[in-house]
Design a protein around this ligand. Structure first.
Ligand code: SAM
Length: 509
């Protein structure tokens, strides 16, 4: 193991960089970290449009409409009408190369579907640093690109055509300036290290220096969010003792083990060996488990994480085996069942509580899936939020039965989330916000019906306050433009109202 290097940035002084042959560089904590502490807070090295995007303002990266935009007077790239965007240096890379290399203004005419010309912009912005900002270029060059492993992949071939050859043709970039391999290395750096930033619509891509060294775990000890200004915030989601590896989740923890493994292998080129992927029961939740095909067995068939390296590439190849009778089942057999359910799942209207309930009831009774299976858990998660959220159906107008159903679902999913995706504080925060409203409404109804006295009302309102406090704790770093950021603000307001109400009750009692 190489010597630890302490980062110079004082904001990031809780971390050290280490290295090993399997992980490459990774980060560890240099002191004990408390839950909720921000341990990395950094501005991007580079940001730019996503590879597949419709025309966006190349300054603020927001979506553009055909009838509501202007163009840069120098290069012709569309920008939004904001003066700040026209003055901004954020657009300098493509502007300079359009003027000085292409020597012809760009004309974008189609604003509806993804536009090919934008696919190369973020790569171009990285390449531009070599001459114009060598310090940033040096940092980019230190990042993992997995050039060898990318070779021959679909993405590599399409990057060759759509980015490397296009840049050359469109911007008249000489191969003496940048070879095809130089461009493809940058494409690899963006693929392996790029973060999707949801601050704009559509989301854009950003590359960060320190955060690029974070390793992955499907059960990480940190999560990420973004400040309103696009800084990446890495926050501890539990106590992390000094010396522990710092991890975030590169993939979607709500996906099945197979999907997570494949996604990580294809996009990041490694076989995840985290505690969740290597445990066929997924931490005792049986999240990917289906009922054994042998009806007498009553056991569960689960994926046993497996993988092989073929020509330097990782290919996940999980073995499906019943935990009880040990019978192995082929992927084809298992996929036949899962594909049928996936079809029903896709046909279920996730905005309609009754459609979700029909799906849940059907699969509860037909003995195909473990009750915690991801298809069922994902629908339950939707449903916990859906009851009382549609315009015609707020919490106050829910029937007693549905209010109770909402409360049960929230508790059930919160317990489940704490076990399986403990770092997904966005989900925890949203569920707790739903719970605060449900608990308060339940108290109001019981009080009106005379089922509880003032002391019990106060107790239930204090419980509602507890859920609100936890919502704020989980969501306080979510940006204002995301639903979770809006919930955090609403929770703060509700908290003030509730405190006023509790004070009033205190004096009245
Ligand atoms: C964003 S980079 C992380 C920093 C990288 N290790 C470096 O040296 O620059 C992502 C790459 O790190 C490696 N990596 C991250 N997490 C890993 C894990 N849990 N197991 C194996 N490799 C991992 C993989 O090579 C992956 O493509």
């Amino acid at each position: 193991m190489a010597l630890a290097k302490v980062t110079e940035n004082s904001k990031n002084c809780a971390i050290e960089i280490k290295h090993d042959n399997e992980l490459g560089r990774y980060l560890v904590t240099s002191r004990d970290i408390q839950p909720g502490e921000i341990i990395i807070n950094e501005a991007p090295l580079i940001k730019g449009p996503a590879q597949v995007t419709g025309p966006v303002c190349l300054s603020c990266l927001k979506n553009l409409k055909e009838d509501d935009h202007s163009t840069c007077s120098k290069c012709g790239w569309p920008l939004c009408n904001d003066d700040y965007c026209h003055d901004s240096a954020r657009h300098v890379a493509e502007c300079d190369w359009t003027v000085n290399k292409r020597k012809q203004k760009v004309q974008i005419k189609q604003f509806i579907t993804p536009h090919r010309t934008y696919e190369c912009i973020t790569t171009l912005r990285c390449l531009y640093q070599r001459e114009h900002n060598p310090a940033v270029w040096k940092k980019l060059m230190e990042l993992e690109s997995h050039c060898g492993k990318r070779q021959g992949t679909e993405q590599y071939e399409s990057d060759k055509r759509i980015i490397a050859q296009f840049l050359n043709r469109f911007f008249k970039i000489e191969s003496a300036d940048f070879s095809e391999n130089d461009v493809l290395k940058i494409c690899g750096i963006i693929q392996v290290n790029g973060h999707e930033v949801p601050l704009t619509s559509p989301a854009h891509v950003a590359i960060y220096e320190i955060a690029s060294m974070l390793e992955h775990s499907c059960v990480p000890n940190c999560n990420k969010s973004f400040s309103n200004d696009g800084e990446l915030l890495i926050r501890a989601t539990r106590f992390i003792p000094a010396g522990e590896h710092i991890s975030i989740c590169y993939t979607d923890p709500l996906w099945s083990t197979i999907n997570r493994l494949e996604h990580l292998a294809v996009t990041k080129f490694f076989l995840c060996q985290c505690i969740r992927c290597t445990d066929p029961t997924e931490l005792g939740t049986y999240y990917s488990a289906i009922n054994c095909f042998n009806k007498k067995c009553r056991g569960f068939i689960v994926p046993h994480s497996n993988g092989e390296k073929k020509r330097n590439k990782v290919i996940p190849d999980p073995k499906w085996e019943c935990l009880t009778c040990k019978t192995e089942h082929s992927k084809t057999e298992v996929n036949k069942v899962l594909n049928q359910i996936a079809y029903d799942f896709s046909m279920t209207n996730k905005h309609d509580p009754s459609s979700c309930e029909i799906f849940l009831n059907h699969y509860k009774n037909n003995g195909l899936l473990h009750p915690n299976h991801y298809f069922l858990s994902n629908v339950r998660l939707k449903l916990a939020q859906l009851y009382g959220q549609t315009t015609e159906n707020d919490v106050q107008s829910l029937s007693d039965l549905n209010l109770q159903r909402k409360m049960d679902l929230c508790f059930q999913m919160l317990e489940f989330a704490t076990l399986l995706y403990p770092a997904e504080w966005r989900i925890h925060g949203v569920l707790k916000f739903e719970l605060h409203a449900t608990v308060a409404e339940d108290a109001r109804r019981k009080m009106i019906k005379g089922e509880i006295d003032c002391d019990n009302l106060k107790l239930q309102l204090l419980e509602s306050k507890k859920w609100l406090n936890e919502t704020v704790f989980h969501l306080k770093y979510e940006p204002d433009n995301l639903p979770e950021g809006k919930i955090a603000k609403q929770a703060e307001r509700n908290l003030e109202d509730l405190e006023r109400l509790l004070t009033k009750m205190y004096f009245q009692l």
